[in-house]
Write a protein that binds this ligand. Sequence first.
Ligand SMILES: C[S@@+](CC[C@H](N)C(=O)[O-])C[C@H]1O[C@@H](n2cnc3c(N)ncnc32)[C@H](O)[C@@H]1O
Length: 254
Amino acid sequence: MSMPRVHLVGAGPGNPDLLTVKALRLIQQAEVVVHDRLVPQEILDLIPSSARRIFVGKATRNHSMAQEDINLLLVELAREGKRVVRLKGGDPFIFGRGSEEALTLAEHGIPFEIVPGVTAAAGCGAYAGIPLTHRGLATGVRFVTGHCREDNELVCDWRGMMDPDTTLVFYMALANLETIRRNLITAGVDPAMPAAAVSCGTTDAQRSVLATLGTLERALALQPLPAPCLIIVGRVVALAPELAWYGERELADA
Ligand SMILES: C[S@@+](CC[C@H](N)C(=O)[O-])C[C@H]1O[C@@H](n2cnc3c(N)ncnc32)[C@H](O)[C@@H]1O
């Protein structure tokens, strides 16, 4: 029996219209779909009813399946000869642990393909009217994790993030907002630097809060946003009031 390849597929940031054509085709042809918590119901509804669905979703501090077990599950399913789609929120290779899964497949000699998806930074930026780069405002962008293993203090190269020409995008950062604000300001970032939080970006539930680095935490305490939420810090955030085109309800301008 030939071994079908495992497809590690990015489902994008939540809006089903942002699935790639390849992702849609693979989902529709899958025999088994192993999926995360961030994959929304509208996308799960595209899975054929004949296919097996395995939820391995993760929430911070509440992992329903250990990553090592997910890695080995993919190996096991591939060895059963199934067409396996591993469906992950956003892009599999950006804070998605898709590379760990791919490494395990490689170690076990299982062929695989990576199908990129629209990562949250691109999706939230586009739908909140925040270009991640803009001539004269940002020459680069940096994706940073705002979460660390267990309950350890977030350790980052804060001084390396003080360049005002670089937009900073923090994933998984809601719980560590105070640490991020404090360390960025200590490293020299202007507290008046525009900052935004975008929750459930690209979906009907999208909400954003526009503030500054210094005031974002307070604004979010007044108007809490649900996860998933992305934090964007940089001069480009100032363009949001002009460029926001998606019909979300205006929440704040702190
Ligand atoms: C484990 S990471 C997965 C990132 C994913 N692989 C990607 O490329 O977007 C989960 C984090 O992504 C961000 N995120 C994912 N989808 C989002 C969305 N629709 N709106 C806002 N943030 C989102 C949040 O910061 C969330 O905590």
